[in-house]
Design a binder for this molecule. Structure first.
Ligand SMILES: [Zn+2]
Length: 437
């Protein structure tokens, strides 16, 4: 790494289970008020106590005490930012993150198309620099490297940053915030394009994060932010996308206010299929010569019609979540009583929220499988369901395959079509329990 930026955080590699709750719970987690505007918080959905969804366990940790934290989402009555208190510090969560982007074909394809589209739409050429915030294992920037652009990834997780460097993606191993931005800007490291995919939700101090953005964005530069859309979470019952790692849940309405407070304007928005329905916001400096497209006002109007600026909409959500839990358990109990075997497919964060909230352990799911070899031989946090390679499914021929990453269900049903050879069927839990023959 050529950049000589001092690391603010100590290098770490401790597993989550090595820490006691007293070490990891922040005192300010008990504070009150919206993390963006300070407004009063109201109830949204309470999923009880849950472990960190990416804290996979090794076999020798199964008998040890495991930290559980509240998974209780509130909503601000002033700006309608849905939020979890900072029950666990991001330093603790993201230092050795198990999520490697490069293991999903559909996600890689999404990244490839993003690189093509932005290079063309914003006339990126030789000399352009692309900075990605939370660059993960370099899955996205590798496509810009291939085009000959200058890139810089910023990511705090040591293990994924190492994977990125191996792909030829220069990576700065630290959190992005105002201090990082100041240091980069002082060295003249600014960008024509800043990509920030699925990171805003993971930042507890969003004001300090967003304050840094204008400093690294060139005057005519563009930043794109992708995050799961709160409207879809509400409309499609995606309560399992709530986890401790996601401190905030955004509508466009709220996001626009947030960026405006930091001198940035949303000039376009797109709806994406990713993560069950995400938004991609296009941002520029407030005064930049980029007209705002009608898509922005149109989507905000849709959000208002759906009740996103009414606290009653949020309060009603919890009843639907409870009913979904009851129906999923009914299905599993009936299947077990009929002597059927059930395996899981995937070990995503959302699966861990779902399984822990519903109390589904190896009494219902014999095991789950994942394509990510880093997860093989590990056990799901809280539920202790073993994670095995996908080949195990053909060996054990389960009657039902419960697809935990339901957002990738089409891809998975194609890959696993052979379960039909023995009469196996797919089960998708969200938005409602559905069996596919
Ligand atoms: Zn607020």
């Amino acid at each position: 790494m050529a950049l000589e930026v001092p690391l603010a955080m100590p290098a770490a590699g401790r597993s989550s289970c090595a820490l006691s709750p007293a070490e990891t719970t922040r005192p300010e987690a008990r504070g009150t008020g919206c993390r963006f505007c300070g407004g009063a918080l109201h109830g949204f959905v309470d999923l009880g106590m849950s472990p960190l969804c990416e804290s996979f366990l090794a076999a020798d940790q199964l008998d040890a005490m495991e930290p559980f934290y509240p998974l209780k989402v509130m909503v601000c009555g002033d700006c309608f930012l849905a939020q979890l208190r900072e029950y666990v510090s991001p330093e603790h969560i993201f230092r050795d993150y198990a999520y490697f982007s490069a293991y999903s074909d559909a996600w890689l394809d999404h990244a490839r198309r993003y690189a093509e589209m932005t290079a063309q739409r914003f006339a990126l050429g030789p000399g352009s620099r692309i900075i990605e915030l939370a660059s993960n294992d370099g899955y996205l920037l590798q496509f810009f490297v291939a085009k000959g652009f200058e890139v810089l990834g910023i990511d705090p997780a040591e293990n994924v940053a190492k994977a990125a460097e191996e792909r030829g993606v220069r990576t700065l191993t630290r959190f992005f915030d105002l201090d990082t931005a100041r240091e980069l800007a002082a060295k003249g490291i600014t960008a024509d394009l800043v990509a920030a995919n699925n990171v805003l939700a993971q930042v507890p101090d969003i004001n300090r994060f967003l304050a840094g953005l204008p400093l690294i964005l060139r005057p005519n530069g563009v930043a794109t932010f992708e995050f799961p859309h709160l409207l879809r979470l509400l409309e499609e019952n995606q309560f399992d996308t709530i986890y401790h790692e996601h401190f905030s849940y955004f509508s466009l309405m709220t996001a626009e206010r947030l960026f405006a407070a930091h001198g940035l304007r949303v000039f376009d928005v797109e709806e994406l299929w990713t993560h069950g329905g995400s938004l991609r916001l296009y941002l520029c400096h407030e005064q930049a010569a980029r007209p705002t497209t009608p898509a922005v006002a149109r989507l905000i109007a849709r959000e208002r019609e759906a009740g996103l600026s009414d606290l009653a909409t949020y309060a009603a959500f919890e009843q639907r979540v409870r009913a979904t839990k009851q129906r999923l358990l009914e299905f599993l109990i009936d299947a077990k009583r009929a002597g059927k075997s059930i395996a899981g497919y995937g070990a995503p964060g959302k699966g861990n929220t779902l399984l822990n909230y519903c109390g589904i352990r190896s009494d219902f799911l014999d095991y789950t499988v994942d394509r990510n070899p880093h997860k093989h031989g590990k056990f799901l946090p809280g539920t202790h369901i073993p994670v095995l390679p996908p080949e195990r499914i053909a060996e054990t021929k389960p009657d039902y395959l419960l697809i935990l990453p339901w957002n990738l269900k089409d891809e998975i049903m194609r890959q696993m079509a052979s379960i039909r050879d023995w009469g196996g069927r797919f089960v998708v839990p969200i938005p409602e329990v559905r069996v596919y023959p």
